[in-house]
Design a binder for this molecule. Structure first.
Ligand code: WT7
Length: 659
C-alpha cells in the first residue's frame, strides 16, 4: 500500500477506527513480515530451554577483552552476577569497534535543535570526542568507580559525557533536565558525585532558561563535588568559580584522548534515581557486561533492526532509562543511525516530529502513549502534510496503551503498514522484557504480548503467591536476566526488601499488576505501590507530599493518582492548612512553586484541594482509597472504619463543586 497521508481527515480517521475498534488481533503486515530479520518462531522456545546458554550466545556477539568464566553466579542471590571474570568496555563496543570496521563515517545522530539547527555526528567524531572527554575527566581527577553527575538537555554532549565515563570506568548519574536543580543536588549528594557535567542554559519552546546559575545556588554546599564542567549551549553569561568550574569545550581541547579501559563485567555502569514508595528516590544501579548484552539484543529484536538501513527515532529524554537504553547504548552498540531532537513535541509546531520523520526518513519510531494521545488531540491536520512512508515499525513505552491510541498510531502514523510494538519494562529491568517480535507475533492492542527470548514473566496470586496460569495478579520475573539492576546504590537492604521479599530471592517483584490471557498475552494494568505514572514519568506520592508539607502554611497533605485522558494518570493533592493559614489560590501557587523547586515542574498536581480534614481511620491512617474514589467520582462504599465519616462526604461535595 502506498500511503498518501495528505488524504487524512478527522472524519475518515474516526470511521476507520470505528471499523477496527474491537478487532482483537493484528497479524504482522505482510510487507513487513516478508522483509523481517527475525522470522524464526522457535526462537523463544530455544532460549527458554537454556536461558543462560542463550544469553552467553548473545554476549559473544560483543567484543570482550577477557572472556567470562561463569555466565551466571547465583550463589549470593538476589545479588546475581553475570559473565563473571569477563572484561569488556562499553565505549569500545559502541564506538571503537565500529570505526575499526570501517563505519567511522556513519552518522550516529542526526541532531535537530529547537530552532531548526541541524548537526550530524558521525561514529568517528563521537569516538574522537568521547576519547578526549574521557581524558578531560581523568585530568579533573575522576578515577574508576567515581560518580559523575550529568544534568544536560538533549544535545550530543550528553552522549559524549556518558560514553566518556564508561571509557574510564566512572559511574554516571544522569538527572533528567526537567527535574529541578534542588533535586539534582539531592541526587549528587546521596551518590557522592565528584564531578557534575551541566550546561550554561537550556532552551524550551523558544525560551532560554538559566541552568548553571541554578546549579550554583543549589550545589555550593556539596563538599564532595569537586568540579563542574559546563557545556556552552544557550549562549548566556554565567559566572565560573575559579578552581571548580571548567568549560566543556576547553577541557576537551586540552585533553589527550584515552583508550578504553577493560572493565569487570560486574563493574557499576550507571545509577539512575527513580521514584519508589518512600520520599527517598532509589538509586537503581546497573552494571557493564550484562546490561550491554541485553540492551544490544533487545534493541535488535524488538525493533527488527537493520543497522545499515534503519534511521531510529526514540523521542524519550536521555534522562530516563528509555533514553539510556534506546537512545544511547542499544543504538550505538548496534551501529545504528538515530535522530535526536532537542525540543518539545509541539515546538516550533505540532507537526515537528512528522517533519523530522520526513526529513530524515525515519524507519523506526519509539514513543509513549501520552504523546500519541496528545497528537490525536491536536488532530490529523498536523500529520497530513508530511510524507511518513519511510516508517516501518512503531514502538510504545511507559504505560499501558489504550486500544484507541494504539489504533490511531497504527492507522494515522503507520499507514497500516507498520507493526506497533508495546514494550513493557522498567528502570530496574534495564531492557525491554515483554513485547511482540514484530515479524512473528500477532499484536493485541492494549497488551504488551509475550516476553522476549531469554526472559520469563508470570502473574501471581496476590494472597498465595501462586502462579496464575490465566487471570489477574501481580507481575513477577521468576528468573534472573543480564540487565537486571544489581542493587540500590548504597542501600542493599532496601534492594532486598523492595524486590526480593514478596516472592523470595529467586523471583523479582515488579510492582505492577497484570492479567495473562488464554493465549499467554500479558496485559499490564498498573502500579500496585504508591508510584504515580504521569505521562510515562514515574513519581512518588510520598515525594510530592513531602514537598507540599515543606510549605510553612501546610499542615498535612495526601497525594493520589486519578485517571487522565491525556497523561494516563494525574496528581490530585488534598491539603490541610495550619491554624491561621489561608487556603486560597495564592497558597496553591506557592505550593506549586515549592514542588517545582524541590522536584520539578512535572510533579505539580493537576488539582490542589484544600480541606478542613483528611479522612482517617481511628488509628490515624489516611484512607487514600477514599481520596482516589473522590477524585475519580466513584461511590464511596464503606466508610464506617473512619474516625469521622462526615469528612469524606464534605470533601466529595467540595470536590464535585470545584470540578
Ligand atoms: C513502570 C516503569 C520502561 C521505560 C519507561 C518507564 C509502567 C512501562 C509499560 C507498558 C504498561 C508500562 C509500569 C512499569 N510501564 N512500560 N508498555 N505497559 N505499563 O520506566 O520509570 O521505570 O517505570 O512504567 O508500571 O513498572 P520507569
Amino acid at each position: 500500500m502506498t500511503q498518501n497521508v495528505r488524504e487524512l481527515t478527522e472524519e475518515g480517521v474516526e470511521a476507520r477506527l470505528a471499523e477496527v475498534l474491537g478487532q482483537e488481533r493484528f497479524a504482522p503486515p505482510v510487507t513487513f513480515a516478508d522483509d523481517a530479520e527475525i522470522t524464526d518462531p522457535g526462537i523463544r522456545a530455544r532460549a527458554a530451554a537454556d536461558p543462560v546458554g542463550y544469553w552467553e550466545g548473545e554476549a559473544r556477539k560483543l567484543r570482550w577483552s577477557t572472556p567470562w568464566t561463569t555466565a551466571l553466579n547465583d550463589a549470593e542471590a538476589p545479588f546475581y552476577r553475570w559473565f563473571e571474570g569477563g572484561r569488556i568496555n562499553i565505549s569500545d563496543n559502541c564506538l571503537d569497534r565500529h570505526v575499526e570496521a570501517g563505519l567511522g563515517d556513519r552518522v550516529a545522530y542526526h541532531w535537530h535543535g529547537e530552532e531548526g539547527e541541524e548537526r550530524d555526528v558521525t561514529y568517528a567524531e563521537l569516538l574522537d570526542r568521547t576519547a578526549r572527554f574521557a581524558g578531560a575527566l581523568r585530568a579533573l581527577g575522576v578515577r574508576e568507580g567515581d560518580v559523575v553527575g550529568i544534568y544536560l538537555p538533549m544535545i550530543p554532549e550528553v552522549v559524549v559525557a556518558m560514553l566518556a565515563c564508561t571509557r574510564i570506568g566512572a559511574i554516571h548519574n544522569v538527572v533528567f533536565g526537567g527535574f529541578s536543580a534542588g533535586s539534582v543536588a539531592e541526587r549528587m549528594e546521596i551518590s557522592d558525585a565528584k564531578v557534575l557535567v551541566t550546561v550554561d542554559g537550556s532552551r524550551r519552546k523558544g525560551r532560554t532558561m538559566p541552568v548553571k546559575p541554578e546549579v550554583d545556588s543549589h550545589m555550593g554546599h556539596l563538599a564532595g563535588l569537586e568540579k563542574v564542567v559546563v557545556v556552552r549551549h544557550a549562549g548566556i553569561d554565567v559566572d565560573m568559580t575559579d578552581g571548580r568550574d571548567v568549560w566543556f569545550d576547553e577541557a576537551l581541547d586540552a585533553a589527550d584522548p584515552v583508550d578504553p579501559v577493560p572493565m569487570d563485567a560486574e563493574a557499576p555502569l550507571f545509577i539512575l534515581y527513580s521514584s519508589g514508595s518512600t520520599a527517598k528516590p532509589k538509586g537503581i544501579q546497573h552494571t557493564t557486561g550484562g546490561y550491554l548484552t541485553a540492551i544490544t539484543t533487545t534493541h535488535r529484536q524488538a525493533f527488527d533492526l537493520k543497522p545499515d538501513e534503519d534511521v531510529f527515532f526514540c523521542t524519550a529524554d536521555v534522562g530516563w532509562v528509555t533514553g539510556h537504553s534506546y537512545i544511547v547504548y542499544g543504538p550505538l552498540a548496534n551501529a545504528t543511525t538515530s535522530v535526536m531532537y532537542e525540543g518539545a513535541p509541539d515546538y516550533p509546531h505540532k507537526g515537528i516530529w512528522w517533519e523530522l520523520v520526513e526529513r530524515r526518513k525515519v524507519t523506526k519510531l519509539y514513543t509513549a502513549p501520552t504523546a500519541i494521545r496528545a497528537c490525536m488531540k491536536w488532530g490529523v491536520e498536523h500529520v497530513a502534510p508530511h510524507d511518513l512512508s519511510s516508517l516501518k515499525l512503531l514502538g510504545s513505552v511507559g504505560e499501558p496503551i489504550n486500544p484507541k491510541a494504539w489504533l490511531w498510531y497504527w492507522h494515522v502514523i503507520g499507514g497500516e503498514r507498520c507493526p506497533v510494538i508495546d514494550t513493557w519494562w522498567q528502570t530496574e529491568t534495564g531492557a525491554i522484557v515483554v513485547t511482540s517480535l514484530p515479524g512473528i507475533d500477532d499484536a493485541k492492542p492494549g497488551s504488551a504480548g509475550h516476553p522476549l527470548p531469554g526472559f520469563e514473566v508470570d502473574v501471581r496470586d496476590a494472597e498465595t503467591g501462586d502462579v496464575v496460569p490465566e487471570g489477574e495478579g501481580l507481575l513477577a520475573i521468576p528468573r534472573p536476566w543480564p540487565s537486571m539492576l544489581r542493587t540500590l546504590y548504597g542501600d542493599p537492604d532496601r534492594y532486598v526488601s523492595t524486590y526480593w521479599e514478596r516472592f523470595g530471592k529467586e523471583t523479582y517483584f515488579v510492582g505492577d499488576s497484570a492479567r495473562v490471557d488464554a493465549d499467554g498475552y500479558v496485559w499490564v494494568i498498573g502500579r500496585v505501590d504508591d508510584v504515580i505514572n504521569v505521562s510515562g514519568h514515574r513519581l512518588s506520592t510520598a515525594e510530592v507530599e513531602s514537598a507540599i508539607v515543606a510549605h510553612p502554611q501546610v499542615a498535612e497533605a495526601a497525594v493520589v493518582a486519578r485517571a487522565d485522558d491525556l497523561t494516563g494518570q494525574a496528581i490530585i493533592a488534598y491539603v490541610t492548612v495550619q491554624q491561621g493559614g489561608d487556603p486560597c489560590d495564592a497558597l496553591a501557587d506557592e505550593i506549586n512553586g515549592e514542588i517545582a523547586e524541590r522536584i520539578g515542574k512535572l510533579a505539580r498536581p493537576k488539582r490542589i484541594v484544600f480541606t478542613q480534614d483528611l479522612p482517617k481511620t481511628r488509628s490515624g491512617k489516611i484512607m487514600r482509597r477514599l481520596l482516589r474514589d473522590i477524585a475519580e467520582d466513584r461511590d464511596l462504599g464503606d466508610t464506617t472504619t473512619l474516625a469521622d465519616p462526615g469528612v469524606v462526604a464534605t470533601l466529595q461535595e467540595q470536590y464535585r463543586a470545584g470540578a
